[in-house]
Design a protein around this ligand. Structure first.
Ligand code: CTP
Ligand code: MG
Length: 395
């Protein structure tokens, strides 16, 4: 079979989906809708060239979403005001590569799977245009001004999906021809084939391959992914020590405790948050605080350590993960920690955006032994347990 290219249209604004920002860049289970869509095609042997049509305002969003695919994608091209124009721009960019066939797919259909794609590609062996579609199951009414006019016989009704497959020269010619005609605007590409009288073969679509259109579709997508996403549990540990120096208060777990000394350090020396942040980085396999916030960098001098914990928390979220619980032990003779525990839990709960019942803060002395026992400083150790999507190497 000649080379089959893939054209993904992702230049829409997603007005009907609500939300802030186009739906193709919304993250589902830690990955953008567009990245889910590309993933469905990227390893298929019969799809070689992949191009995405994007909106000119979305360059940065696209770069981020496509980064994981490296140079396996062609450079994106900018779309137009309508889907049809966006497809035309993509076809023109593909034309010099002379693909034999092209699959045209909505970025907003992330649940397309290899079985459906194979049906379309197989169809192209015998037909110039192939449509995946599913039969309509509801009883369909024609309604005007909220009055029912008639029941439409659904026996021959199908809902069109993508990817729609075409012989490349045919669909390019149809799009170029349609662009010259006024009032020829269609919401899919098979409509152009119909308009030109080209025979189109239907193959079976897939109910899950719905187009994310409304806020409810976005919720459904979350549910589908949550149900199919296998998670793994990971733990990390962190340990930190800061010495005392002359001062009048210490900062622990983001709160200020009046004391006759302070903790010495580059930032606010919040030893508890440092141990906790390192525990989260540890669970993610993401190095440590020094790696993300080098002490050599003057901007972290005197910094509020909640910035570090917020960063680690965001990394968990970016992986599509959740913090399950953290267990923190503060080791010192003085100041006395227990009166401050409720406020500390509250503060950490705010920073990590998890319920306080998932946060344990304990304190211990070392019975006068060692540096902590001699009152030379404070140590903290933390264990963090997180849940993240199972990585491919475990599947
Ligand atoms: N699309 C496009 N260029 C446009 C309009 C739409 O590339 N000018 C793409 C969308 O990004 C989407 C697909 O065509 O992947 C199907 O369109 P639709 O579901 O209508 O998406 P939007 O136009 O983004 O949404 P809305 O109509 O609600 O604004
Ligand atoms: Mg639209």
């Amino acid at each position: 079979m000649p080379e089959t290219a893939l054209l993904i249209v992702a230049a829409g604004r997603g007005h009907r989906a609500g939300g802030n920002g186009p739906k193709q860049y919304v993250k589902l289970a830690g990955k953008t809708v567009l990245a889910h869509t590309i993933s469905a095609f990227i390893d298929l042997p019969h799809v070689s060239k992949i191009i995405t049509v994007i909106h000119r305002d979305d360059e940065a969003l696209y770069r981020e979403a496509a980064r994981a695919f490296g140079d396996r994608l062609l450079p994106p091209v900018f779309g137009g005001d309508t889907r049809q124009q966006s497809v035309l721009h993509g076809l023109r960019a593909l034309a010099p590569l002379r693909p034999g066939f092209v699959l045209i797919h909505d970025a907003a259909r992330p649940f397309v799977d290899s079985t459906l794609i194979a049906r379309v590609v197989d169809g192209l062996a015998r037909h110039e245009a192939v449509l995946p579609a599913i039969s309509v199951t509801d009883t369909i009414k024609r309604v005007k001004d909220e009055l029912v006019e008639e029941t439409v016989d659904r026996a021959n009704l199908y809902a069109a999906q993508t990817p729609q497959g075409f012989a490349f020269p045919l669909i390019q010619e149809l799009h170029e021809r349609a662009a010259k005609e006024k009032d020829v605007q269609f919401t899919d590409d098979v409509s152009l084939a119909e308009w030109a009288g080209v025979r189109v073969q239907r193959v079976e679509g897939r109910a899950n391959n719905f187009k994310l259109t409304t806020p409810r579709d976005m919720e459904m997508a979350e549910l589908i992914l949550a149900a199919s996403q296998q998670m793994e549990t990971r733990t990390g540990s962190g340990f930190d020590v800061h010495p005392f120096e002359a001062g009048d208060a210490v900062t622990l777990c983001g709160i200020t405790i009046p004391f006759d000394q302070k903790l010495k350090g580059h930032s606010d020396a919040d030893v508890a948050i440092h141990a906790l942040t390192d525990a989260l980085y540890g669970a993610l396999g993401e190095g440590d605080i020094g790696h993300h916030f080098p002490p050599s960098d003057a901007q972290w001098k005197g910094a509020d350590s909640s910035v570090f914990l917020t960063h680690a928390t965001e990394l968990v979220a970016q992986r599509g993960g959740k913090i399950i619980n953290i267990d923190l032990t503060i080791i010192c003779e003085k100041p006395k920690i227990s009166p401050h525990q409720p406020e500390m839990r509250q503060k950490l709960s705010q920073i990590m955006k998890i319920d306080a019942h998932r946060i344990s803060i304990k304190a211990t002395t070392t019975e006068g032994l060692g540096f902590a026992g001699r009152g030379e400083g404070i140590a903290a150790q933390a264990v963090a347990t997180i849940s993240v999507p199972l990585e491919d190497d475990h599947v």
